[in-house]
Design a protein around this ligand. Structure first.
Ligand code: SAH
Length: 396
């Protein structure tokens, strides 16, 4: 362990999760820090019995250390580059990077790729970085260099979209900006369908890449159905429903900007289409009175709970919107319902949907249980990484 690292010793018993390779140290687990530490510094973590546990980025907050290495060797030389290379090789083994029909994918999924605090999404040559830890922010030049070396000609530009995801109180002034290169195009292809991505002002890094396989499933079931895409954002599910031969598709989102982009995306793929209509509206209002207009409904709301303290309200929210959908969906209808809240477990979500079905008094069969795709891998030692949950339900 290099001498300059501040040593952090955990309270007795608080070493267990790290010994099982869980990469987070909560602030309450810390017994003592030996030395002055600044946010973003690498620190070395030890058990109460002076056993080495790991090296990670220090930050003020509930998660005090994000472990980047469980080995005692100093993370230097090509340490970050090697991790990025592993992430890229893994994506290539999944078929990304040389797939002409899909040029949008997640390149680095934080803990899932051994890089806590770092998200990198790849949009047709542009890597959009979203950093959640000060430690990652401080080494961003090194990360950009490593991305250039590993991706070579595949990489045209790097954009930093971390202004809103870094802690406000840290002594840094993050700014969303182009870090390198010239974006080739903001139009991406997913299973051959075209989408405009606004990584500068859009949500997350610009596109909900995590729903790719679930959108394909909607395509499979959309034929001759009247589809309602609730919380549609830029219309991903709607474009797939049209591709699958839906009779009509209605997209709803409270953001007028998202609705504009939805219309643009539909036009890109189906010029002069007459089957699709988009509405800027509040979901709870819109769902009050949809009667029996739809036989395929997608509910993909934003994370209702960002924190454990709001879990009860979040579960109520899921119950409410699902009840409305169950009450009004046509006989023989299919409901795609999702939760992307990390603090809502698969079981709790299922319970909320179960209650909604019971309140509506419908017969419901579970057709599919959905999650996030392989380019959003879950580190088996970090179950919190499994955040996307979905159920596909046949309703009578
Ligand atoms: N299904 C989308 C992602 C949904 S993100 C996709 O596959 O790309 C959640 C969306 O819900 C956001 O676009 C947000 O603008 C919208 N939203 C948030 N609150 C809303 C509300 N009360 N009514 C309608 N839309 C809402």
């Amino acid at each position: 362990m290099p001498l300059e690292y501040v040593k952090i010793v955990l309270k007795s018993g608080k070493d267990q999760s790290l010994k099982r390779f869980h990469p987070w140290v909560f602030s309450g687990a810390i017994k003592k820090m030996y030395g002055q530490v600044s946010e973003g510094d690498l620190v070395a973590v030890y058990s109460n019995k002076d056993e080495f546990l790991g090296i990670g980025h220090y930050q003020v907050g509930s998660i005090a250390v994000r472990i980047v290495s469980f080995s005692e060797a100093e993370p230097k030389n090509d340490f970050w580059k090697n991790k990025i290379e592993k992430a890229w090789n893994y994506r290539q083994s999944l078929g990304f990077g040389r797939n002409a029909a899909t040029n949008v994918f997640r390149l680095i999924h934080a803990e899932g790729d051994g890089l806590p605090g770092l998200i990198v999404d790849f949009y047709n040559g542009t890597a959009v970085l979203q950093m959640h830890s000060v430690g990652m922010y401080l080494i961003r030049d090194e990360l950009v260099k490593a991305l250039q070396e590993v991706l070579g000609d595949n990489l045209k530009a790097v954009y930093d979209k971390s202004e809103k995801t870094l802690p406000v109180k840290a002594n840094i002034q993050p700014k969303d900006e182009l870090l390198w290169g010239k974006p080739f195009s903001n139009e991406v292809l997913e299973y051959g369908l075209k989408f405009k991505v606004d990584w500068e002002t859009g949500q997350k890094t610009g596109f909900f890449i995590d729903q790719r396989e679930n959108r394909l499933l909607v395509q499979q079931y959309a034929k001759n159905r009247d589809v309602l895409n609730m919380f549609g954002y830029t219309g991903g599910f709607s474009v797939y429903a049209l591709q699958g031969g839906a009779k009509t598709v209605h997209s709803v989102d409270s953001s007028a900007k998202a609705i504009d982009l939805t219309n643009e995306n539909v036009e890109l793929n189906f010029p002069a289409d007459k089957k699709h209509e988009a509405f800027t509206a509040d979901a709870f209002e819109f769902l009050k009175d949809i009667r029996e207009k739809y036989d395929l409904i997608i509910l993909d709301p934003p994370a209702f709970a960002k924190h454990r303290t709001t879990l009860p309200q979040a579960l109520q929210g899921y119950k409410r919107i699902n009840t409305r959908a169950f009450e009004q969906i046509r006989n023989g209808g299919i409901l795609f319902t999702f939760s992307c809240s990390q603090v809502v477990s698969k079981d709790r979500f299922r319970e909320a949907v179960f209650s909604a079905a019971a309140i509506a008094g419908r017969n419901v069969r579970i057709m599919h249980q959905l999650t996030q795709p392989a380019d959003h891998p879950v580190n088996i030692y970090h179950p919190e990484g499994e955040y996307l949950k979905g159920l596909v339900l046949f309703v009578e």
